[in-house]
Design a protein around this ligand. Structure first.
Ligand SMILES: CC(=O)SCCNC(=O)CCNC(=O)[C@H](O)C(C)(C)COP(=O)(O)OP(=O)(O)OC[C@H]1O[C@@H](n2cnc3c(N)ncnc32)[C@H](O)[C@@H]1OP(=O)(O)O
Ligand SMILES: O=C([O-])CC(=O)C(=O)O
Length: 375
């Protein structure tokens, strides 16, 4: 019998089709349902992009109004959920708090196991509406502040920032934050989305799939990298220390977070747009030292390894300058990616096949237990 070929990490393996988004590393392009992500970031509110991912078309003003009304109605967290989240240890990572919140929301949903498209769209909208309140709660708790009630006179991004900081920041900041949400919303069969599809393929429920996806996103090789980028900048200190720091880190064979990508080998299609958003935030928030560090490390990485930044690289410092604590960065990614995950969950259910790959066994050959009778 010839040895099977092993596809470690499933690199390059096409496991299914998708209509949700297309990542093209040849042209460095990313489209959601056919629309270039840069155009969506420039021209659309995040709520419109969510609708596009779920329904396949941009909403009419009437469709957007109906969705916005429902989203605003579901922004507040149930009081018992707030109490449970506040009872978690203060040392809990905000991603753990978020994962727990989704799990509890599922346990409270009497329609949890209804996998119809209609029921799952309703659940997706409720999670989309509620996650900013969870992220805001975790940030405020870290500063000894109580959660704030949402405001239904504000758009999604404005309300997200209001609930976190107690005021709506300058329009430039709101727009830059919204840009990050649009860019983070969807990216084909990345590890967390694939995780959500694996869970869904067993005909489990949407909350279980999202909870598992949050676990996958937390890792530093995936969404957790946006937090790790800030840790790196803090370690380096100033742009002048970059080359010495990088030489040491590479000598220790460390992975430099925020660089490299499984699909893009010539640069991440989303980085130029997020880099511009970071620049706008930095100009308003006195962040030139971070921009200098950003450029110094990007240059040094290119020279040393030929690697380009991925989206987490500009997103990390952007969130820092907006005022979020580092452990809250990946939860923001979750709040954005809930749109893509739930679009993929619906697509998986529409044409399901249990995802169960094969493995090549390399353990001991078959053997006998020594002696006779029970051991
Ligand atoms: C939104 C997102 O999730 S984007 C990804 C966020 N993750 C990160 O930023 C973490 C840092 N990056 C990485 O670890 C990787 O680039 C990954 C996991 C993203 C992609 O990995 P893969 O496609 O498996 O590439 P792989 O790990 O095989 O790398 C190829 C080579 O480049 C090196 N390399 C890749 N990324 C990095 C990095 N960030 N720092 C240092 N070396 C790197 C690898 O060590 C490997 O070198 P080798 O051939 O000498 O062993
Ligand atoms: O596609 C990937 O592997 C990771 C990524 O950039 C994302 O999920 O946004």
């Amino acid at each position: 019998m010839s040895a099977p070929s092993i596809h470690k990490g499933l690199t390059g393996i096409v496991v299914d089709t998708t209509e949700v988004s297309m990542v093209n590393p040849e042209t460095n392009s990313l489209t959601y349902r056919g629309y270039p992500v840069q155009d969506l970031a420039e021209k659309c509110r995040f709520e419109e992009v969510a609708y596009l991912l779920w329904y396949g078309e941009l909403p009419t003003p009437e469709q957007l109004a109906v969705q916005s009304e429902a989203e605003r109605a579901h922004r507040a967290l149930p009081a018992d959920l707030v109490l449970t989240l506040l009872s978690l240890p203060e040392t809990a990572h905000p991603m753990d708090t978020l994962r727990t919140a989704v799990s509890i929301l599922g346990a409270h949903d009497p329609h949890e196991d209804d996998n119809s498209l209609e029921a799952n769209r309703a659940k997706a909208l409720r999670l989309f509406a509620a996650l900013p309140a969870v992220v805001a709660l975790t940030q405020r708790r870290r500063h000894g502040l109580l959660p704030l009630a949402p405001r239904d006179d504000l758009g999604y991004a404005e309300n997200f920032l209001y609930m976190t900081f107690g005021e709506v920041p300058e329009p430039v900041i709101v727009r830059a934050f919204e840009t990050s949400l649009v860019l983070y919303a969807e990216h084909s069969f990345n590890a967390s989305t694939f995780t959500s599809r694996v869970v869904t393929s067993t005909l489990s429920d949407l909350y279980s799939a999202v909870t598992a996806a949050i676990g996958a996103l937390k890792g530093p090789l995936h969404g957790g990298a946006n937090e790790a980028v800030m840790t790196t900048f803090e370690e380096i200190g100033t742009a002048g220390g970059t080359e010495a720091w990088l030489a040491g880190a590479l000598a220790e064979k460390r992975k430099i977070m925020g660089f490299g990508h499984r699909v893009y080998k010539r640069g991440d299609s989303r980085v130029p747009t997020m880099r511009r958003a970071l620049q706008e935030i930095a100009e308003l928030r006195d962040g030139h030292h971070l921009l200098d560090l950003y450029e110094a490390l990007a240059r040094a990485m290119h020279d040393a390894k030929g690697l380009h930044p991925n989206l987490d690289y500009p997103a990390g410092p952007a969130y820092h300058l907006i005022g979020f604590d580092t452990p809250v960065f990946t939860p923001i990614f979750v709040a954005a990616r809930i749109t893509g995950w739930t679009a993929h969950i619906a697509e998986q259910l529409a044409d399901n096949s249990l995802i169960r790959p094969s493995s090549a066994y390399t353990g001991p050959t078959e053997r006998m237990i020594s002696g006779s009778g029970p051991r």
